[in-house]
Design a binder for this molecule. Sequence first.
Ligand SMILES: O=P(O)(O)OC[C@H]1O[C@H](OP(=O)(O)OP(=O)(O)O)[C@H](O)[C@@H]1O
Ligand SMILES: Nc1nc2[nH]cnc2c(=O)[nH]1
Length: 184
Amino acid sequence: MLERLKRSLLEAPIYKRGDYNYFIHPITDGVPEVRPDLIREVVTHIIRTANLDVDKIVTIEAMGIHIGTALSLFTDIPLVIIRKRKYGLPGEIEVSQVTGYSKGELYLNGISPGDRVIVVDDVVSSGGTALATLEALKAAGAEVVDLVAVIERGKGVERLKSHGYTIKTMLRVDADERGVRILE
Ligand SMILES: O=P(O)(O)OC[C@H]1O[C@H](OP(=O)(O)OP(=O)(O)O)[C@H](O)[C@@H]1O
Ligand SMILES: Nc1nc2[nH]cnc2c(=O)[nH]1
């Protein structure tokens, strides 16, 4: 299962972002290219394993967008993108995002109270992005019925659990200067 994803991760180059060994991969960066076979593998897995009895798919700019778009095309469920740009629309919700290597603001539009949503993203690492997303969706009055990330690294899943959230992930990895290691 997920053989293409596993193989491609083992080939991923590493880029040093301060002390953080950031792996570069078609799903998580769109670099060197977005690969349709990988997108299909990942989205087929989501369709088989996630709860898609939802009104909307929610993802986060930038690297959730191709996954969310493909899932939306397969399922005909609309996609809401949480942006890093402020639009100032009525009801826009702003939350702070802190990751292992960056800080910024996220802006949510397009969710109505009572909307059932699934959140999909490429990576969960510190869990900061997922927590900011869940905070924004709570403020919007959405019901999060499922939460999925393709790749898990670091302590984010435990951190989310300590806040009462369960996230489904496909592969757990670690990365150092030499490359990516698949943990399960
Ligand atoms: O669990 P966390 O530590 O929060 O990390 C996960 C987030 O990091 C990446 O996004 P990033 O903010 O780097 O932006 P990008 O998608 O625009 O590359 C990734 O797409 C996740 O959203
Ligand atoms: N591409 C990529 N995205 C991330 N998001 C959190 N950690 C990483 C990483 O190492 N690589």
